[in-house]
Design a protein around this ligand. Structure first.
Ligand code: GDP
Ligand code: IMO
Ligand code: MG
Length: 426
């Protein structure tokens, strides 16, 4: 039975949650595979707007079992806040499962994140300060605490105390404020007890679901160019959002996956520092930010904005084995007279078609643009390909031609039903 991965093809906030909400209708299991509460995934249902950080975006259907898989780093205060808020708004989280192998985030991770950012001075990454990098670092240096540890709450409390005391030494040395050990132990013991009923061996659960014939949706957070290995290092997150990360992050094998949906806006945004070849620092960039409401869901920061970059998208196809693309926020371009799409880079006088490997080379990339006429009419009411203005259809065809895979879904507004299923009309 099919397993589908949804992955951001740019620098995040592409509208993954809205597409996952759409696909979740056909997938009884939706599993998040990496990242943590650095993610902000927005789903708009009628008058209600939900911004999820940890809970998989399939939670709005009572037919869906939402799973936080082993590759996620879990901040328990955020998780339970989210569960309480969703429950109070009538969204049940009773079926939520949290992997015993997922690693936990603790207050010392957030202190380290802040200290590291301060220490970088001018070269700040612009992290979300949620402790994501330090939590994954602890996992890699094999001192992390897994969610399953709360099953034995007394030894969990001892582990929290030991880790907190050890980290306080480092925090103090770096000039930071130590974490109150007794408070942390008390807070996390209570949260640990609350976590117990949600714990699950999600690896076996997911394989059993596949064996029983259930289609599964794997939800990526962040995006391809924030990937620890393939993004614009060091201006990246500390996990692997690329589709390969969905295997490590869930325990499914590569041959379990048959569909990989890349999500791209009809333009590009980035929040935080790092190279961005098609960035617009003029009025056009401001227009994209204003019309697209490009402010971070988690941190409220203004996003940087620029034209669509097909060099990046072609690389995203390679890195993720993308089988199709969803192009979101087409409506944001409704008022533009002219629309530009980057089709190549000029680097040191030479035109290149492939995404460069080094950030310092990317810094020197000058975009080569194709220019298209805008449509200057409202696209939000479009529901079929033929409803889209001819100029918008031409833009989608250019993207397909440039990227080499079909576009299947087009977002034309923030509402749940604001989309077009595109099947390349003649
Ligand atoms: P994610 O992190 O990839 O899930 O994306 P975010 O939720 O952080 O940011 C996407 C924003 O765009 C949210 O405010 C969505 O409600 C909104 N959105 C998603 N798709 C569309 C679309 O097609 N058109 C418009 N105008 N807004 C959209
Ligand atoms: P979603 O899932 C956009 C960015 C941060 C920073 C870098 C590292 O909503 O698309 P981190 O806190 O992860 O160590 O920060 O990554 N970043 C995101 N940008 N969308 C996200 O998530 C992001 N999660 C992290 O701004 O540049
Ligand atoms: Mg987001």
């Amino acid at each position: 039975m099919p397993v589908t991965v949804v992955v951001g093809a740019q620098w995040g906030d592409e509208g993954k949650a809205k597409v996952i909400d759409l696909l979740a209708k056909e997938h009884p299991v939706v599993a998040r595979y990496q990242g943590g509460h650095n993610a902000g995934h927005t789903v708009v249902v009628g008058e209600e707007k939900y911004a999820l950080q940890l809970t998989p975006s399939g939670v709005f259907y009572d037919t869906v079992t939402p799973v936080i898989a082993n590759g996620v780093v879990v901040d328990l205060p955020t998780l339970f806040n989210e569960i309480d808020t969703l429950t109070s708004r009538g969204v049940s989280c009773e079926k939520l499962k949290v992997s015993t192998r997922a690693h936990l985030i603790f207050p010392w991770h957030q202190r380290h994140d802040a200290l590291a950012e301060e220490g970088r001075g001018e070269n700040k990454i612009g992290t979300t300060l949620k402790g994501i990098g330090p939590a994954y670092a602890d996992k890699a240096r094999r001192v992390g605490i897994q969610a399953g540890a709360v099953a034995d709450i007394d030894s969990f409390a001892v582990a929290v105390r030991e880790r907190c005391e050890a980290e306080n030494v480092l925090i103090t040395q770096a000039g930071g404020e130590p974490v109150n050990v007794d408070d942390a132990v008390a807070q996390f013991t209570a949260l640990g007890i609350r976590l117990q009923p949600y714990l699950c061996d999600t690896v076996n659960f997911l394989h059993d679901e596949i064996a029983a014939g259930s289609p599964i949706l794997l939800e990526g957070a962040q995006a391809t160019f924030l990937d620890l290995d393939h993004g614009t290092y060091p201006y990246v997150t500390s996990s692997n959002p690329t589709a390969g990360g969905a295997c490590a992050g869930t325990g499914l094998g590569p041959r379990n996956i048959d569909r990989v949906v890349g999500i791209s806006k009809s333009y590009t945004t980035r929040v935080g520092a790092g190279p961005f070849p098609t960035e617009l620092t003029d009025d056009l960039g401001d227009r994209l930010v204003d019309i697209g409401r490009e402010f971070g869901t988690v941190t409220g920061r203004r996003r940087r904005a620029g034209w669509l970059d097909c060099v990046m998208l072609r690389h995203a196809v390679r890195l993720n084995s993308l089988t199709e693309l969803a192009v979101t926020k087409l409506d944001v371009l409704d008022t533009f007279e002219t629309i530009r799409v980057c089709t190549g880079y000029r680097i040191d006088g030479h035109e290149v078609a492939n995404y460069p490997d080094l950030p310092e080379v990317l810094e020197r990339a000058e975009p080569v643009y194709a220019e298209l006429d805008g449509w200057q009419s409202n696209s939000t009411s479009a529901r079929t390909p033929d409803d889209l203005p001819p100029q918008a259809q031409a833009l989608i065809r250019l993207i397909e031609e440039q990227v080499g895979i079909p576009v299947r879904i087009i977002g034309v507004g923030a509402e749940r039903d604001d989309y077009v299923l595109w099947d390349s009309p003649a």
